[in-house]
Design a protein around this ligand. Structure first.
Ligand SMILES: CCCCCCCCCC/C=C/CC(=O)SCCNC(=O)CCNC(=O)[C@H](O)C(C)(C)COP(=O)(O)OP(=O)(O)OC[C@H]1O[C@@H](n2cnc3c(N)ncnc32)[C@H](O)[C@@H]1OP(=O)(O)O
Length: 304
């Protein structure tokens, strides 16, 4: 990946302690003496989230890279939020394409190993990171376009739903949807709200109860994605769409986006702690742990 953009990062001495942890996570190194440092965009490419900025176009492509299936581990979620925050603060970037670096998979959703056989403190930490990811993406001031170049179940679908526009590859093997009920779990109310805001109440009720995973043409019909194109055109189409959205003055578009989305985000913001407690007690139940274990086993056996 050849990247040439230069990003100015303030001296670590001026940053809060968490920012030092962030720098370490992203592999930024400050030379002795401090005083601010220029890092090449290559440094910006962290391990699980690759960011390819194009300052001339005012856009960036963010690629998830957590093989084999881009499951949303705590590490990936943390990097995603940090990378997004950095792009939000970068005046040269107004729009981002979210896509995958893993062939055939956009994201397999939440990492089941983060929700199985761990302790309540871990579940709470994990769920807070999932909430944070959703809130940051859903309320982002940037134009976000999802280039869905593979399967996108559950949490993968949620990421796509936070975007302003979704382009999906036309391969019928790629499916998208909130399939939580198939795992014996329940989509949280804010997953549901995001879906209802996208495809409407009746279609959501059916899709959520049945845990439907839609192939691209059906996803288009129901309004879960906005455009279906051949696989090799997914990213270029997403970039064209981004350019169209970026033709609108930022302030007007951002205020409108906020007006449309804030009430939905506020529902979670008002009860974040209670939502974490609900998740922890739900996921800690023996019956739920058994269901998730069985589901994971089934995924593993599929190969053999
Ligand atoms: C009333 C109270 C309310 C309280 C609220 C509580 C709410 C709880 C809700 C929690 C919300 C959860 C949302 C989610 O996102 S759950 C995750 C759902 N994801 C899935 O169902 C996808 C599962 N995966 C697949 O279908 C397929 O893997 C795939 C993505 C279609 C890819 O298929 P492929 O054949 O290419 O790959 P494999 O299936 O062979 O998988 C390769 C290895 O990856 C492991 N794997 C797959 N998915 C996950 C995952 N999500 N997390 C962790 N690991 C995963 C798989 O086991 C293979 O591992 P192996 O190599 O060790 O065998």
């Amino acid at each position: 990946m050849a990247l040439t953009a230069v990003i100015r990062v303030p001296s670590r001495a001026l940053l809060r302690p968490w920012a030092r942890l962030r720098d370490a996570a992203l592999g930024w190194i400050e030379p002795a003496g401090g005083g601010g440092v220029e890092v090449s965009a290559q440094r910006f490419a962290s391990q699980k989230v690759l960011v390819e900025p194009d300052p001339a176009a005012g856009v960036a492509v963010m690629k998830f890279k957590n093989p084999p299936v881009n499951s949303l581990s705590l590490e990936l979620l943390t990097e995603l939020v940090i990378s997004l925050e950095k792009l939000e603060n970068d005046k040269t970037v107004r729009g981002v394409v979210l896509t995958s670096d893993c062939p055939g998979i956009f994201s397999a959703g939440l990492d089941l190993t983060e929700m199985c056989g761990r302790n309540p403190a871990h579940y709470a930490e994990y769920w807070k990171a999932v909430q944070e990811m959703w809130l940051r993406l859903y309320l982002s001031n940037l134009v976000l376009v999802a280039a869905i170049n593979g399967a996108s179940p559950a949490g993968g679908c949620l990421i796509a739903l936070t975007c302003d526009y979704r382009v999906m590859a036309d391969n019928p093997k790629y499916c998208i949807g909130l399939n939580e009920t198939l795992l014996g779990i329940v989509a949280p109310f804010w997953f549901k709200d995001n879906l209802v805001n996208t495809i409407g109440h009746r279609a959501s009720e059916r899709a959520l109860q049945l845990g439907l995973l839609f192939p691209p043409t059906e996803a288009l019909q129901v309004g879960m994605v906005d455009k279906v194109v051949p696989k090799d055109q997914v990213q270029s189409t997403a970039l064209s769409v981004l350019a169209q959205w970026m033709a609108i003055p930022d302030h007007a578009r951002q205020l409108t986006k906020n007006m449309m989305r804030k009430p939905t985000a506020d529902r979670l913001l008002k009860q974040r702690d209670a939502d974490i407690q609900n998740f922890v007690s739900f996921i800690s139940r023996d019956s739920i742990q058994k269901s998730l274990q069985m589901y994971l086993e089934k995924l593993k056996q599929k190969k053999g």
